[in-house]
Design a binder for this molecule. Structure first.
Ligand code: ZN
Length: 757
C-alpha cells in the first residue's frame, strides 16, 4: 500500500542551459580518493540490474494471490530467501504471530425504496489469466472492520472527512444513527469510518468514484488502466494513526509467540463501526435512491445520476463478520556484515505480501529490491567490502497495516536505536519522475544520488527531469525561482501508509522513501486486476523504471554504507525547520482571520441574506478567535539549528581531504555515532499527545489524514483541532528537541575539527 497519487506529469522542453551536478565532485562524507573508488563500485553496480530479471521476478511473485496467511505468501517468502542465499547473502526468515481478520459474512442490500443486493464481487476476465484464481483470492473487504449488523437510512458524505461533516451541519443534516457512503481517496481509508463514528453513524460504505479512478480519467480495464464498474479497492481500515500500526494485540512489542496479548475487545485500532468497500456498480443504485438536498458541487462525481445527500429514503442493511484469526507473517531478512564499522547499520526494505496478486503493489518494487541484492552479491564476489552492515528486508503483512515491519522494529528496538543509521523504503514503482520523501538530514544526500541516475525516457538525469517537471508545474514565480536557484530539490516529509513508519515515527531512524511514477493513470489499486497482465500492458511495461529504481536505491545503499562520515547534512534540515516555523505561524494567523471574518458576517446578517428558503441551510455558530501563541522559542531554536548546521558543513568541507587518514578510526566512530543519534534527537520518548507510540516531533501521520503527513504534528494538530494550550506546550517541547539537535551537531562539528591532521 502506499498513497496513490494521481497527478499528470507535464513533459517539458529540455533547456540545454540547465546545470546538472558535476559527477566528478567529491561525494559528501568521502575524501577525494575514497570518493573515486566509491564511484567506480557504484558504476559497476548500476550496470547490473536487468529489466528481463525484473519481469521474470514479477511474473513469479505475482503468479498467485499472496496475502497474509495464504500458501503463496509463505511460498514467496521461501523463494525470496533462496534468492538471497543463492547470491551469497546471510539470510533467514523471521516470523511473528499477528491478528489478521478475513471475511466470513458480507451482506449489503437496499431495503427501501427499491430492493437491491450488492454484488461485492470482481469478475474474472478472459484476457487476464490470473483474474480467475477465485479460490485463492480474498473477497472484497476492509480488514479490521469491527463485526456488525446494521440497518439504517443512507447519507452521502463526500470523502468522509471532518470538513465534509461541517458542510453537512450547514445543510442541517445529521448522520446520527445513519449508514454513511463515502468516496475513496483524499485520506487514509480508515479515517472515513473513524470520523463517521465520531459523528454518530452506525455503518460505513466506501466506494470507488469513477471521477477519481474510473472512466472519467481513461478507459477502464481491460481496455485501459482504470477501475471498471465492478472493481473494488480492498484495504485496511485500522485506526493506526490515533494508536499504532502493526499487530493490534501487541502494541509496542514484537508479536512473538510468548508476547502478552490484548483481548480483541481491548484492541484500540479496530474500527468502532462496520465498514465495507464497494464498486461504483454497487454504489450507483444506492446513491441514485437518495433524496434530500443536492450535494455541494465539489462533492459530485460523474455517475449519470443527480448526487443527493439524503438521509434516505434509501435504507440499507449492512452486515460484516470476520474470522479473527492469528496468522504468521514471514519477514525475509538478509545481511551483509560491515568490515570496519559493522555496528553502524543501513536497512533497506519493501513488502512482499499483497491484497491479491499485487504486481504493482508491491511486486514492482520488490523486484527492484531483489535486483539490488543480486547486484550487491556480485560486487562482494568482486572484492567490494562495505564499511557498514547492510540489511535487506522483504516484509510480510504490510497491507493489513505494516505488520511485518512494525513487529520486526518493535522486537529489535533496542539494537536498532543503537545501530541503525538509515532506513530506505520502497513500495511499488511506475513510469515517471522520481518521488523522494524522507528525513531532511538526507535531502542533500538523495539529491546527489538523483544526479547520478539516468532517466530511461529523456536520458537526462532523473534529478534534472524532476527539476524541470517541477518548474512546469510550479504555481508562482517564487516557486520557479527557488527551483532554479536552490542547490537541492525539496523532498517530501513522510506521513505513513508504508513500512518506514516504525523506523521513522517510532524509533527516529533517518528514513528515505522512493518511487518513480506520475506518467500513467491507474485504477487497479488493491483489486484482483493489479496483476502481471495489467502491469505489462499499462505501466512500466519494459521494466526500465524498475531498473532505474534498483539503480537509485542500490547507489544510495552503497554510498551510505561506504562513506567515512555518514552523509547527513543539516543545512537543509534547518532550512526546512525554518519553513515549518513560518508555516505554523501562518496557519494560526489564517485561522484567526477566518474566524474573525465569519463572526463579522454573522453580525452583519450575511447568512440571513443568503438564505434560500427552498434550500435551507443552517448558519455556523459564533466562535472564539484563537489566542496568539508564543513561537519565539521555536524560532530561536531554528536559528540555533541553522548556525550549528552551517558550522558542521564548514568543518566537513575543511576535513574532507583527510577523511581517510589512518589513525583516526576511533574519532570517526564517535563522530558517526553522533550522526546516527541526530534523528533520535528529534524524538521524545513520551510521544505525541494521546498517541505515545509516535515519538518523532517533526513528522507524523495526521490523525485525520493517515497517509498525509502533519509536520510538527503536536503543534499543527493542536492548532487545527483547537487545543491551543496544548499547541503552546508542544512548541516548547519541539524547541527543546531542536536545541538538543543543535548541541549535537555542534559537538559533531567540533569532533570533525579535532580529527587529525
Ligand atoms: Zn504496498
Amino acid at each position: 500500500m502506499r498513497r496513490c497519487a494521481s497527478f499528470v506529469l507535464i513533459l517539458t522542453l529540455i533547456l540545454p542551459s540547465m546545470a546538472v551536478g558535476a559527477d566528478d565532485a567529491t561525494l559528501p562524507g568521502y575524501s577525494p580518493q575514497t570518493s573515486q573508488t566509491e564511484r567506480e563500485w557504484e558504476a559497476k553496480f548500476r550496470a547490473i540490474p536487468d529489466p528481463a530479471n525484473l519481469r521474470e521476478t514479477m511474473k513469479r511473485l505475482s503468479a498467485r494471490p499472496h496475502h497474509v496467511g495464504s500458501p503463496y505468501d509463505k511460498d514467496n517468502a521461501e523463494w525470496i530467501l533462496a534468492r538471497f542465499k543463492e547470491w551469497g547473502l546471510d539470510a533467514h526468515i523471521e516470523t511473528f504471530d499477528v491478528l489478521f481478520p478475513t471475511p466470513k459474512v458480507r451482506v449489503l442490500e437496499m431495503l427501501e425504496p427499491v430492493k437491491f443486493t450488492a454484488k461485492l464481487e470482481e469478475p474474472a476476465l478472459a484476457v487476464d489469466p490470473t483474474s480467475n484464481q477465485k479460490s485463492e483470492q480474498l473477497p472484497t473487504y476492509n480488514a479490521y472492520s469491527i463485526d456488525g449488523d446494521v440497518t439504517a437510512p443512507l447519507v452521502f458524505v463526500n470523502y468522509g472527512l471532518p470538513e465534509d461533516y461541517e458542510k453537512l451541519d450547514r445543510l442541517g443534516i445529521s448522520v446520527k444513527g445513519a449508514i454513511v457512503i463515502a468516496k475513496y481517496y483524499e485520506s487514509w481509508r480508515g479515517v472515513k469510518p473513524k470520523v463517521a463514528a465520531e459523528h454518530g453513524a452506525i455503518g460505513c460504505l466506501i466506494y470507488s468514484e469513477p471521477k477519481d479512478d474510473g472512466y472519467t480519467r481513461d478507459d477502464v480495464f481491460p481496455q485501459g488502466p482504470m477501475r471498471s464498474s465492478d472493481g473494488v479497492q480492498r484495504g485496511s481500515v485500522m485506526d493506526f494513526a490515533a494508536s499504532s500500526p502493526g499487530d493490534p494485540l501487541t502494541p509496542g512489542v514484537g508479536a512473538t509467540p510468548d508476547a502478552k496479548r490484548l483481548s480483541l475487545k481491548e484492541a484500540k485500532s479496530i474500527t468502532k463501526i462496520p465498514v465495507l468497500p464497494i464498486s461504483y456498480g454497487d454504489a450507483q443504485p444506492l446513491l441514485a435512491a437518495l433524496k434530500g438536498p443536492m450535494a455541494p458541487d465539489e462533492w459530485r462525481g460523474t455517475l449519470p445520476i443527480p448526487y443527493h445527500v439524503g438521509p434516505g429514503p434509501a435504507k440499507v442493511h449492512l452486515k460484516v463478520e470476520s474470522n479473527w484469526d492469528i496468522k504468521k507473517v514471514y519477514d525475509v531478512i538478509a545481511k551483509i556484515p560491515g568490515t570496519s564499522a559493522p555496528d553502524e547499520w543501513i536497512v533497506r526494505g519493501n513488502h512482499h505480501d499483497a491484497w491479491v496478486n499485487g504486481a504493482e503493489d508491491p511486486v514492482s518494487a520488490q523486484a527492484s529490491l531483489l535486483e539490488e541484492a543480486r547486484g550487491l552479491g556480485l560486487l562482494l564476489k568482486q572484492g567490494w567490502k562495505p564499511r557498514r552492515t547492510i540489511t535487506y528486508a522483504a516484509w510480510d503483512g504490510e497491507e493489513p497495516m505494516l505488520l511485518g515491519s512494525t513487529e520486526w522494529v518493535e522486537a529489535h528496538a533496542e539494537e536498532l536505536r543503537q545501530h541503525a543509521a538509515v532506513y530506505i523504503n520502497t513500495d511499488g514503482n511506475d513510469r515517471g519522475v522520481l518521488n523522494m520523501g524522507g528525513s531532511h538530514s538526507l535531502e542533500h544526500f538523495i539529491n546527489g544520488v538523483a544526479r547520478d541516475i539516468e532517466d530511461p525516457e529523456s536520458k537526462m538525469t532523473v534529478w534534472q527531469r524532476l527539476q524541470l517537471n517541477r518548474i512546469a508545474e510550479a504555481k508562482s514565480a517564487d516557486e520557479r525561482k527557488e527551483l532554479r536557484q536552490r542547490a537541492d530539490l525539496r523532498i517530501d516529509a513522510l506521513g505513513s501508509g508504508t513500512d518506514f513508519t516504525a523506523f521513522l515515527d517510532h524509533l527516529g531512524i533517518a528514513t528515505l522513501d522512493l518511487a518513480y511514477g506520475g506518467e500513467d493513470e491507474q485504477g487497479i489499486y488493491h483489486s484482483i486486476y493489479d496483476d502481471f497482465y495489467w502491469y505489462t500492458h499499462f505501466s512500466d511495461t519494459d521494466f526500465v523504471f524498475g531498473r532505474a529504481l534498483a539503480q537509485t536505491v542500490g547507489t544510495s545503499v552503497l554510498r551510505l554504507a561506504d562513506a567515512e562520515v555518514l552523509p547527513f547534512e543539516f543545512v537543509n534540515l534547518a532550512d526546512t525547520v525554518q519553513k515549518y516555523t513560518t508555516d505554523l505561524k501562518k496557519l494560526l494567523a489564517d485561522k484567526q482571520d477566518e474566524i474573525r471574518e465569519r463572526n463579522l458576517e454573522l453580525e452583519e446578517g450575511v447568512f440571513k441574506a443568503t438564505l434560500d428558503p427552498r434550500r435551507p441551510t443552517v448558519a455556523p455558530s459564533k466562535e472564539e478567535v484563537p489566542p496568539h501563541l508564543n513561537f519565539a522559542p521555536m524560532q530561536n531554536a531554528a536559528d540555533a539549528l541553522t548556525q550549528s548546521a552551517e558550522h558542521y558543513q564548514k568543518a566537513l568541507l575543511q576535513k574532507q581531504a583527510s577523511l581517510n587518514q589512518e589513525g583516526d578510526r576511533a574519532a570517526l566512530r564517535i563522530l558517526n555515532q553522533k550522526l546516527i543519534e541526530s534523528e533520535r534527537r528529534l524524538t521524545d520518548a513520551a510521544g505525541l499527545p494521546r498517541r505515545p507510540w509516535y515519538t518523532h516531533l517533526l513528522y507524523g501521520p495526521g490523525v485525520y489524514t493517515g497517509y498525509g503527513v502533519k509536520t510538527v504534528p503536536g503543534v499543527r494538530e493542536g492548532i487545527e483541532q483547537k487545543r491551543y494550550a496544548e499547541a503552546e506546550g508542544e512548541i516548547a517541547r519541539v524547541s527543546k528537541a531542536l536545541e538538543a539537535e543543535s548541541a549535537l551537531i555542534e559537538e559533531a562539528a567540533q569532533q570533525l575539527e579535532h580529527l587529525a591532521p
